[in-house]
Design a protein around this ligand. Structure first.
Ligand SMILES: Cc1ncc(COP(=O)(O)O)c(C=O)c1O
Length: 321
């Protein structure tokens, strides 16, 4: 039995590590059991999609990876945006993948003892797998059923939420798991003070009222933002919504605002635009939508459907990099 995340079991072919290509299961490509990041969570990563051989906003993801490494104090000297870009595209080519999901990540080598300092070597790796449908069938059919949970986002005083640091995902995992134990598909998380709704475990939310889109706002001092302001969120705000003539308002959002919305959806590189059917048992507008080659959902609110369609077209556009 493999000890590697089984969602990458179909990443047959090659993986990239520190300038070399290996098979996913090669001994040299797998961290030691004394790996520092495995024990203490000091790994930073990106999740991104390639559409017809073009990685959507690839450079933005690579820049965020470098920045996450700095914020999480896992500096990786020599791992530049150019090196990350080349590794990602070389890996796609080597595997012959055109539509794929990629994970680029920086992590520490062996070392037991939390004080990593600069002595422990850092590594840079990329794994990829052919693109697959993210959600199970019942969510494609009905949309997401979410519930708020006790587990809040970690404070920026501890770990910057603007860094895509694996340690942040311990809270995300517990939140998701708790919501599933309660019989829902996933969680909706509060900020560290428990005042505002900020995000899903791995995606940013949008709420629609009277055809206006609302989404949690970033802090003035960006790295104090209590959630990860994603690249997909940015694409919706700055490209998709203007194209559709929709207004977006970034504001603090309380649960009462959420429960008075007409529609809701979540966004992320992996999950793309996902209709939300209900939050805390309050149902949103959901209609049957026509089948499509570029999205997999079968029901959605009417404005969400327009956003889903426009996003799916945008990421596949040959002029987009
Ligand atoms: C916590 C969290 N928020 C938001 C997002 C969406 O970010 P992006 O659109 O950059 O993928 C992700 C994506 O993985 C995430 O993990």
């Amino acid at each position: 039995m493999s000890m590697i995340n089984e969602t990458f079991a179909d990443a047959v072919g090659y993986v990239y590590l520190d300038g070399e290509f290996y098979n996913l299961y090669d001994r040299e490509a797998n961290p030691s059991l004394a790996n520092h990041s495995l024990h203490y969570g000091g790994l930073v990563f990106e999740g991104e999609r390639a559409y017809e051989g073009r990685i959507f906003r690839s450079e933005d993801h690579s820049k965020r990876l470098v920045r996450s490494a700095e914020l999480a104090k896992t500096p990786a000297p020599g791992v530049t945006v150019d090196i990350i870009e080349k590794a990602k595209y070389d890996l796609l080519e080597k595997n012959g993948f055109k539509n794929a999901y990629l994970r680029a990540f920086i992590f520490r080598g062996p070392g037991l003892g939390v004080k990593a300092g600069k002595d422990i070597q850092t590594h840079f790796a990329v794994v990829a797998k052919p693109a697959s449908v993210y959600w199970p069938d019942h969510i494609l059919e009905n949309g997401l059923r979410l519930h708020t949970v006790d587990t809040r986002k970690i404070s920026h005083h501890s770990i910057k939420q603007t860094s895509k640091a694996s340690a942040n995902y311990q809270a995300s995992q517990i939140a998701s798991y708790s919501a599933m134990e309660m019989g829902y598909d996933d969680a909706l998380m509060y900020d560290p003070k428990g005042k505002y709704i900020v995000e899903l475990p791995v995606a940013n939310p949008f709420f629609i009222k009277d055809e206006v889109l609302y989404t949690p706002k970033t802090a003035k001092d960006f790295d104090k933002t209590p959630f990860l302001p994603g690249i997909t969120r940015d694409t919706i705000i700055n490209i998709v919504a203007p194209k559709l003539g929709l207004t977006v308002v970034e504001k603090h959002i309380a649960l009462s605002d959420v429960l008075h919305a007409d529609e809701a959806f979540s966004v992320g590189s992996a999950t793309e635009v996902t209709p939300i059917a209900e939050i805390n048992n309050t149902a949103y507008l959901m209609n049957d939508i026509p089948p499509s080659d570029i999205y997999n959902f079968r029901r959605s609110g009417p404005v969400t459907h327009k956003v889903m369609q426009a996003y799916a077209e945008h990421v596949r556009s040959p002029v987009v990099v």
